[in-house]
Structure formats: structure tokens, C-alpha cells
Design a protein around this ligand. Structure first.
Ligand code: G3I
Length: 362
């Protein structure tokens, strides 16, 4: 928790809640354009920060568990499933008429300690199929999307189809994607099946290689009849990055849409680790950067909606993974630590307001 007194935080939060009622919230604006707006919600925030959770309720029409739908939380031992945290998020969402998306069924992180040492070519298909059938079956009819597979591409690993070298790829090759997507489709045909990835946002050479690899993988999957329906663009942006090209981003999204696939912005946040300490400078740069990227993405009617990876600066993975040299708390999300709307909130609102209207899908 950043260095602010509890009294000022509570006062700020109360004022923020009052102010929030007068200006249409992000999801209200998104619905006018046929979009949705949502955010990730951590177990800790849901359980221990009612003011922050109330702002998620006020601003969002969709939530995703920051960790609660992953193997580590849901499948803590080979024969043990624990849905308590995932069910708590779903219960919160349902009681506030908010939709929930599942994240994620296959990834190389967020796994319990028992998984990797156990997995081999002989048991991987059964372990994966059992997990997907059990988890997707538990939530059947209750989740709008599943991020079936997460972060599967890495051309630098030099593997077939430019897949990332992971525990699943080593055990099953590219077939692990077929197994995960087909099993999800069989178990809950109503949940949109999403392939989610990061690092496709800038003209950096490695990101251009990822964009090409992702498009090639999607084409191969569709050719083989793998039932992928949408692509999740995580959108973990860096306001210090100068290689954002709106035309490149818009073409990438259009190329995905040309395959008949939908697109979701699944984890938007904007790190300011390479920016000066001055809050006004950081907030201006973060807002302008997000606006430019989001305008390029939302230009496509194939985009279903936008989720941020958290709603307020009270909690962001970025402070651990990409800490600022001065160790100041980063300001990557729409609300500040006092739960006040920031320039980033206004930039997201403006991008949504100016997005072409599309038929709301999911
Ligand atoms: O819930 C336990 C808690 O009981 C325990 O006391 C604590 C200390 O061990 O750990 C808690 O679990 C942590 C979990 O977050 C919930 O806070 C895990 O250790 C920790 O690894 C997990 O980190 C998450 C990470 O994914 C791995 O699942 C981050 O919060 C989350 O922001 C991050 O999100 C990923 C997306 O899924 C994919 N895209 C990138 C993004 C950022 O890395």
C-alpha cells in the first residue's frame, strides 16, 4: 500500500465515490458503442478493500480474476480442486450484474508446484483434459469468455509454429492447444474461446516477430479446425516506449479480424517506470500513450471490449515486476490510490466515446 494516511485515503475514496456518480462510468460509455469495459480483481482487493471493490462495481461490466482462476488457486494438488476463491469472485460479480471471464486454462506460469515435475508425454493429455473438463464444467454457463491458452508464442524459442517452449509444449507439442480448445468447446460451448498474449504493441523487432507468429499460428489453428474464436491482446503498455505506431497496431487488429476472429483488450495497464517522478508528467504521458494505442485498436468493429489489469493504483503487479528506479508507486491504472479518476481514466473514456459503434457480441 503506497505511503498515504488511512484517514486521507478514506476521505479521498468517499469523495471519489460521490464524484463518480455524476459522470457516466466507463462501462456505461462502452455499452453505448457496443463495447464492454471491465477490470481484473484480485482476491485480496475483493476480500479486504471494499472501497476499491465498490469502484470496480461502479465502473465495470465485466471482471476477471487476477489469479483466482489459474491452476495454482484452483488445482492445488493432483486430485484436489478448490473453487473457493473463483466462486467468491463469481458471486460478487453475479450479485452486481457484472459478467465474468475466465483466465486461464493453459499457461506456463500460475501453476501449482506439483504440476511441472509430474507432467510427461504419457500423462499430459489426461491431466490437461481432466483440468479443463473439471474447471470449465464447474463454471458452465456462468462465464462469458475463457482465456483458453495464455502467452503461447515466442519465436525466439525456435519451436514448431514458433510456440513458446513450455511444460505443455514439451510434453505434447502444438497438440496441447488443440486439446485445450476442443475440450473447452465440448464442455461449455457458450463461453467464447480466447487465445491471449502480450508483446504485440510496438514496432520493436521482437514484437513484430510476435505479431507475425501469432497470425501464422491462428491461421494454422483455423486450418486444422481448432475452435479458437477470439484473440486477447493483453495491452501491458509502457509510456516510456517510443515505438508505438497506430497504423501498425490497427493493421494487426484488422488482420486478426479478417480471419473471422474477435478481439478483446484483456489486461490494459501503462507502466511509467521510465518516466520522471513528477506525477503530472507521468499522468499526461500515460494517458496520451494509452489513448493512442486504444484508438488504433478500437477502430476495428471486431473488438468486443476493454479490461484493465486492475482498477486503481492501490495494487499493480508492475511495482514488483518493473519497479521504478526511485521505487515510487507506479500510476498505470484508471484510478489513483485515493480511488479518484485520473487522466488515464479520461483517456480511456475518450477513446471509448470516439470508437465506432458495433453490435455488442459478448
Ligand atoms: O493467493 C496467494 C496467497 O494465499 C499467498 O499468501 C501469497 C504469497 O505466496 O501468494 C498468493 O498468490 C499469488 C497470486 O498472484 C495472488 O496474489 C501468487 O503467489 C502470485 O504468483 C500471483 O501472481 C499473479 C501472476 O499473474 C501469476 O499468476 C499476479 O498477481 C498477476 O497480476 C499476474 O497476471 C498476469 C496474467 O495472468 C497474464 N498476463 C501477465 C500478467 C502479469 O504477470
Amino acid at each position: 500500500m503506497p505511503r498515504l494516511g488511512r484517514r486521507s485515503l478514506l476521505a479521498g475514496s468517499a469523495l471519489a465515490l460521490m464524484a463518480a456518480d455524476t459522470v457516466p462510468a466507463l462501462n456505461a460509455r462502452a455499452k453505448r458503442r457496443g463495447l464492454f469495459f471491465g477490470s481484473a480483481l484480485s482476491d485480496d482487493t475483493l476480500a479486504n478493500d471494499p472501497m476499491a471493490t465498490a469502484r470496480v462495481d461502479a465502473e465495470c461490466g465485466m471482471v476477471v480474476g487476477e489469479a483466482s482462476y489459474k491452476w495454482a488457486d484452483i488445482h492445488p494438488a493432483p486430485q484436489t480442486y478448490d473453487f473457493s476463491r473463483a466462486d467468491a469472485l463469481l458471486s460478487f460479480a453475479n450479485s452486481h450484474a457484472i459478467r465474468t471471464r475466465g483466465h486461464t486454462l493453459v499457461w506456463h506460469e500460475g501453476n501449482p508446484d506439483w504440476l511441472e515435475p509430474t507432467l510427461n508425454a504419457g500423462n499430459a493429455e489426461n491431466i490437461l483434459t481432466d483440468h479443463v473438463r473439471t474447471v470449465v464444467g464447474h463454471f458452465k454457463g456462468k462465464l462469458v469468455h475463457w482465456d483458453v491458452a495464455n502467452e503461447v508464442i515466442d519465436p525466439d524459442d525456435k519451436q514448431p509454429l514458433k510456440l513458446r517452449r513450455t511444460l505443455w509444449q514439451r510434453a505434447l507439442g502444438p497438440a496441447y492447444l488443440d486439446i485445450a480448445f476442443h475440450t473447452t468447446a465440448e464442455t461449455d460451448p457458450g463461453a467464447l474461446r480466447v487465445l491471449n498474449d502480450f508483446g504485440t504493441d510496438y514496432t520493436l523487432a521482437w514484437q513484430e516477430r510476435k505479431r507475425v507468429a501469432l497470425l501464422e499460428l491462428l491461421a494454422d489453428m483455423l486450418r486444422r479446425g481448432v475452435p479458437v474464436q477470439a484473440v486477447g491482446l493483453q495491452g501491458h503498455l509502457d509510456a516510456g516506449e517510443i515505438t508505438l505506431d497506430q497504423n501498425v497496431m490497427a493493421k494487426f487488429v484488422a488482420d486478426i479480424a479478417s480471419m473471422g476472429l474477435k478481439v478483446i483488450v484483456t489486461e490494459l495497464d501503462v507502466r511509467d517506470q521510465r518516466l520522471p517522478a513528477d506525477i503530472s508528467v507521468r499522468d499526461d504521458a500515460v494517458a496520451a500513450h494509452a489513448r493512442a494505442w486504444l484508438d488504433a485498436v478500437l477502430a476495428s468493429p471486431a473488438v468486443l471490449g476493454v479490461l484493465t489489469w486492475g482498477m486503481s493504483d492501490r495494487h499493480s503487479w508492475l511495482n514488483d515486476k518493473f519497479p521504478r528506479p526511485d521505487r515510487l508507486t507506479q500510476r498505470p491504472l484508471p484510478l489513483d490510490v485515493g480511488l479518484n479518476r485520473k487522466k488515464l481514466w479520461s483517456a480511456i473514456a475518450a477513446s471509448i466515446d470516439s470508437a465506432p459503434i458495433r453490435t455488442a457480441m459478448r
